[in-house]
Ligand binder design. Structure first.
Ligand SMILES: Cc1ncc(COP(=O)(O)O)c(C=O)c1O
Length: 381
């Protein structure tokens, strides 16, 4: 019997990996399941992105190992994207590292900065990967609670009453998943100041800026942010390219070279054609977002109707690719979604997978067509 590493006992298989197997069995047994669980865009990327990868196949360099830092052209495109959409200057030579999706960046950053026993501030509710990666590297997650009363923003006053001396890193994710809460400039400024006061690396995970959000913001737009902040971004949701695996981490050159030390030991570059496609995506005009969001807006109107049919309430000001809905007071998230799965054959994500603060909430994905959403409403009604 070969024993697994102790770190494997600190994590469990990802919720969706398990639950989608269950949903898959229901589908295989003939049940007409509507999946509103996972946020995997069903819309197509821009055509020129597909044309760019197709054209790349006949380029002899396409099949070779690629640069650890990505094509200079890709870093230039990422830098121009940050300038155009966030008014943030990042040096393409040394302040950007392309990633295979922002998810892997969570591991690289953690491996670059965390020692065993270091503490990490993690949002509750929040993306589960922050906690699992923290555990895999032997650090200690310290949850900070977010709640509707504070519009899901961190309460730094409360945090400062805690002993922060072992805290090395803080994950923030604005616009926030799962709640859709959008940041204000003040919140970002306060976070930067907090990071400086306590010598904590603040990492904003920012993959949802362009979905149903009129005012995309980057934490790097705050004066002096690069001293203590990194930002992750991604093409997954912005350009419907989740399966392509393209993301980026941005920050000062010292931080980026530390992350490169880890990453260059883990992979050997991103496929050339994917990089060429990503360059085309990043060059899209603002019209791309207008068109994308007109589709998501129609879908969100229907999901609001579905939420109401299920007696849930929600915040119409929330942004992003999900609707975060509150259940009637006496109901529990996981029991509720199991009943809806069994009776209506609709899969919705229970809020509890994002932490205890998600109890009493469910999350609907907008990655389903209007026809499917109308069918879901009809089933519930
Ligand atoms: C908050 C958050 N961060 C990061 C990711 C990872 O995105 P990707 O690796 O596709 O860029 C997701 C994906 O669902 C997410 O919800």
């Amino acid at each position: 019997m070969i024993e697994v590493a102790k770190r494997l006992h600190t994590v469990e298989e990802y919720y969706f990996s398990k639950k989608l197997r269950e949903v898959g069995l229901l589908i295989a047994s003939g049940k007409p399941i509507i999946n509103l669980g996972i946020g995997s865009p069903d819309l197509q990327p821009p055509q020129k992105v597909v044309d760019a990868i197709t054209a790349s196949f006949n380029n002899p360099v396409a099949h070779k190992y690629q640069s650890y830092q990505g094509l200079p052209e890709l870093r230039e495109a990422m830098s121009a994207f940050y300038k155009n959409h966030f008014s943030v200057s990042v040096n393409a030579a040394n302040e950007i590292l392309p990633l295979m999706g922002s998810k892997e960046g969570i591991m690289h950053i953690s491996m670059a900065y965390l020692n065993e026993g270091d503490e990490v501030l993690i949002p509750n509710p929040g993306y589960p990967t922050y906690q699992s990666v923290t555990q895999l590297v032997g650090a200690k997650g310290v949850l900070y609670n977010l709640d509707a009363a504070n519009n899901w923003m961190p309460n730094l006053e409360v945090l400062e009453k805690q002993d922060l001396s072992n805290v090395k890193l803080m994950w923030v994710n604005y616009p926030h998943m799962p709640t859709g809460a959008a940041p204000t400039e003040t919140v970002f400024k306060e976070l930067v100041a907090f990071g400086k006061r306590h010598n904590i690396l603040i990492v904003n995970d920012n993959p949802y800026s362009f979905v149903l959000n009129d005012n995309p913001k980057s934490i790097l737009s705050v004066d002096g942010a690069k001293e203590v902040c990194l930002e992750l971004n991604s093409l997954s949701k912005t350009f419907n390219m989740a399966g392509w695996r393209v993301g980026m981490v941005l920050g000062n050159s010292g931080h980026i070279s530390n992350i490169l030390k880890v990453k260059s030991n883990m992979d050997s570059g991103m496929f050339y054609g994917i990089q060429k496609g990503a360059v085309e995506a990043l060059k899209c005009s603002k019209m791309w977002f207008v068109t994308l969001n007109s589709v998501y807006k129609r879908r969100r109107d229907l999901v609001w109707q579905l939420a109401e049919a299920l007696n849930c309430t929600y915040d119409k000001n929330a942004t992003g690719m999900f609707v975060w809905a509150k259940l009637p007071a006496y109901l529990k998230s996981e029991e509720f979604i199991d009943v809806v799965l069994k009776e209506n054959h609709i899969f919705i994500t229970p809020g509890t997978i994002f932490g205890s603060q998600g109890e009493g909430y469910i999350r609907f994905s907008l990655c389903a067509s209007t026809e499917i959403l109308e069918e879901a409403i009809a089933r519930v009604k």
